[in-house]
Design a protein around this ligand. Structure first.
Ligand code: FES
Length: 346
């Protein structure tokens, strides 16, 4: 059993597991400490310096990198802390493209939330803004877009690529004011080893990484990804009767909150005008539409021409377990063969 540590944050006594950071201990106990570069799924790195706290008897420190200690007395807000945090936030947003109205992340942006929290208003932003960095938008990937003018260098995407996906296709590049997230050779992302899992896009706290088609759904439904046999839990979003988004269910026991390119970006087939809605039968070399009765009669007539090991079934991961059960039963009991396999195993 893990050891529990008792500490006090803002006068409230809490308990946290040994090794937990002050930031995570506070958040788990309903005490908010502003933070930007820390993410529950990733290693803490202490880049943004927004999560500053005071610990009795010590100098102010970043709470995401400091583990809880027995008897620790922590303060999350004071005149000095609030002022330092504000300056740190200003340094982060100095080169950020603040065109919020035209940003896909508008109103979901962590930076907007934090600037409001620390009290940086529009007037202050306009007064301090340095000339905008003019990086070209990288829309080489068909599924997501990179806008380095909006990046705040929190490094969440870099750590996600390395720790969640194991790909390491992006990293910090260049130095000083020129620092940005880039790929080997500073090429478009499509020329990198990116597998388009979209894990970085889903964790980017600002508008630097956004889906190419960012349409906000009016409602979401939890379901299971139809692509392979893993059965990841997804939230599909709909608007105007059309499927417009697919995101991972964070606490999914199957995927741990991750998705691959198919589950995240591959569900547009649902609304495709090319989707087959009736069976097609080849007549005189041409595929023509037919009724289900015609198609099923033709299939049963053709199947009657084979038996035993002349026949084989390839089942599909897109079918339900029950469908696949019926398929193997049909193959063995009706067609008289054990020749059955499954696409997820091939
Ligand atoms: Fe702690 Fe960024 S959240 S330094």
């Amino acid at each position: 059993m893990s050891e529990l540590i008792t500490l006090t944050i803002d006068g409230v006594e809490i308990k946290a597991e040994k090794g937990t950071s002050i930031l995570r201990a506070a958040l788990e106990n309903g005490i908010y400490i502003p933070h930007l570069c820390d993410h529950q799924d990733l290693t803490s790195v202490g880049i943004c310096r927004v999560c500053l706290v005071e610990i009795e008897g010590r100098r102010p420190t970043v709470s995401c990198m400091t583990p809880v200690e027995e008897g620790m007395v922590v303060t999350t807000s004071s005149e000095e802390l609030d002022m330092t945090r504000k300056v740190n936030m200003e340094l982060l947003i100095l080169h950020h493209d603040y065109d919020c109205q035209n940003c896909a992340k508008n109103s979901y942006c962590k930076l907007q939330e934090l600037t409001r929290y620390v009290g940086i208003d529009e007037e202050r932003i306009s007064a301090m803004r340095a000339p905008a960095l003019d990086f070209p938008i990288d829309d080489s990937n068909p599924y997501y877009q990179r806008d380095m003018n909006k990046c705040v260098l929190c490094g969440i995407c870099v750590r996600t690529c390395e720790e969640i996906q194991g790909d390491e296709c992006i990293d910090f590049a260049f130095r000083g004011i020129e620092t940005r997230i880039s790929v080997l050779g500073d090429k478009p992302i499509i020329d990198s080893t990116c597998v388009t899992c979209g894990e970085c896009v889903s964790r980017c706290p600002v508008g630097a990484l956004v889906p190419q088609k960012a349409i906000e759904p009016t409602y979401e439904v939890e379901t299971v990804c139809p692509f392979c046999g893993c059965g990841c839990n997804i939230l599909v979003g709909a608007r105007g009767g059309k499927l417009v988004s697919s995101t991972a269910v964070e606490d999914s026991p199957v995927s741990g909150g991750s998705l691959c390119v198919k589950g995240r970006y591959g569900l547009s087939f649902v609304n495709s005008p090319e989707r087959l809605t009736t069976p097609l039968i080849r007549r005189d070399g041409e595929l023509v539409e037919a009724s289900w009765e015609e198609a099923i009669s033709l299939i049963s007539e053709k199947l009657g021409q084979y038996k035993g090991d002349q026949f084989a079934t390839i089942a599909s991961a897109k079918c339900t377990v029950e469908d696949n059960y019926v398929l193997q039963k049909f193959t063995r009991a009706v067609m008289g063969t054990n020749n059955i396999d499954h696409c997820a195993r091939l």
